[in-house]
Design a protein around this ligand. Sequence first.
Ligand SMILES: [Zn+2]
Length: 319
Amino acid sequence: MLYGLVLTAFAATILVTAPRVLSRAERSGFSPRHVQRAWRAAAGGVLASLALAIPVYTPDLWIAPMKAAGFDPGIGMPAVPIAAQATVVVLALLILAVGWRRGAPAMRDYRRALRVQLDRLENSAPLLDEEDPGHPRLVIVEDEAPRLVLLPSRPPRVEATTRALDLLRPEELNAVLTHMAGHLRRRDAQWMVFADTLADAYPAVRFFGRWADHAAELSEKVADADVHGAIARANLRRAIVKLSGPGQATGPFCPCFAWPQQRQEELTVHRVQATAHPEVAVAGVRVGAPVASAGLRVLTAAALLVPSVVVLSPHFMYL
Ligand SMILES: [Zn+2]
């Protein structure tokens, strides 16, 4: 019971404090990569804590069937009345069912959009489709629209239209591909859909809404920070200018040429810093306010540690 309360209180604390801590960290110019990691850790910590709290609140419901099946978990009898345990389970199932009804369309739309794009690629007679299993494929499509899209399929594909290739110099394309490889490494598209799903599923929880609002722009900034060096960053800047605007495929994928203005500035700021503080700019980290920085670290660590510590605690299932 105690652990259940600890976990629930912890989840509630993160839900309330995280958006504030993370907004502050973002405003103070803290590395977008750390902010992104903190959002993900906070969301994971909340979901893990709540999922772990359920069996703590409802031991009778799963201990009896285990004993009947011949296993003896050998844990102390809980002090939670059986009616309360049943209520917890019913409530949890209800919340899940309502969330699923509201959130599932976001996931369905994502899968449908991905299928539509892949079908379009198959039908548009690719000029080049690298047959290297497990590696991203660059698919070149003859088209007058300047489209360059990362499709997070398996294997991932980058669709480049002939018009986009006409516009970009090879080194600019290279910078964009480095940026896109970062999206794939961090599974940005999947995380974005996850955040959207949670935001749709539980609109009353501000945390999820804020996360979903931020996720896309943040993942673009993080991927921009993967492009190192003044020259490569200038190439990425030029590529964004050339390809932002109409013509890009729409869908719940990484919007690699969106927010051109802000990202131009970010990419330029990093370049200026590279001359002033090379050691800072190389890691893509900008010095933030100490309070925001400490808050961010504490939040990330707590979100990951608290559920793990509770699970590993020898008394986890007692009381
Ligand atoms: Zn991108």
